[in-house]
Design a protein around this ligand. Sequence first.
Ligand code: COA
Length: 194
Amino acid sequence: MTTYHVRAAGEEDVDAVVGLRRHAEDWLRSAGIEQWTRSEYGARVVKGWIGAGSTFVVETEDNEIIGSLSLDAGDPTFWTEEEMRAPALYLYKFIIRSDHRGTGLGDVLLDWSCYRTEMAGGLWLRLDCWRDNFGLHKYYLDRGFQYLTTRTDPVRMSGALFERPAELRLAKKPAAYLIDHTLGGIEFPNIPSL
Ligand SMILES: CC(C)(COP(=O)(O)OP(=O)(O)OC[C@H]1O[C@@H](n2cnc3c(N)ncnc32)[C@H](O)[C@@H]1OP(=O)(O)O)[C@@H](O)C(=O)NCCC(=O)NCCS
């Protein structure tokens, strides 16, 4: 079982996280998947979220950044005010470098995101994603998310809305282990339940 470390991203991580985003764009393009086609816009969004303190990076034991995700408020382009009154956190820019995918790390990170959602008082982990990418929709449906609806925007291609109860823990053992440095180096998923 591989051990990874998760911590809050700082300004010093901007290049690494933008690099991950570009890596994901290359992978998507070579797989013929229409998603994340606006590279400069994506890099600006990544920088903004790191500046806002809502991005986390995942590192190997050798301190190499191989994944990242952001947890923040809902995007008002896609979620209504009423929907955003529900206690929820919203997952953005979930990326794992190709050579660490399919290891169980993604499932652990979704459980961890749910855990953080609960810590923040949330009942739902939500996301909006590329609305025509049904392969990606399947990824989330297979992991306990429910499809809610699709909203369109003239410029942005996201808008397929999903949510998962924050209490869900679906990672199968043996899976990747996370050392959570946002909580002083506690091992996840061995963190006691809330
Ligand atoms: C999403 C991600 C973090 C999941 O990592 P993981 O839990 O290790 O899962 P895997 O990468 O093994 O993917 C599982 C399946 O979903 C598919 N998948 C993953 N991302 C996808 C995408 N963006 N579009 C279509 N299919 C996707 C994979 O091809 C794989 O399909 P397979 O089982 O038929 O081989 C990782 O795939 C990734 O970084 N993807 C690119 C960035 C991305 O699209 N992030 C989500 C934004 S909302």
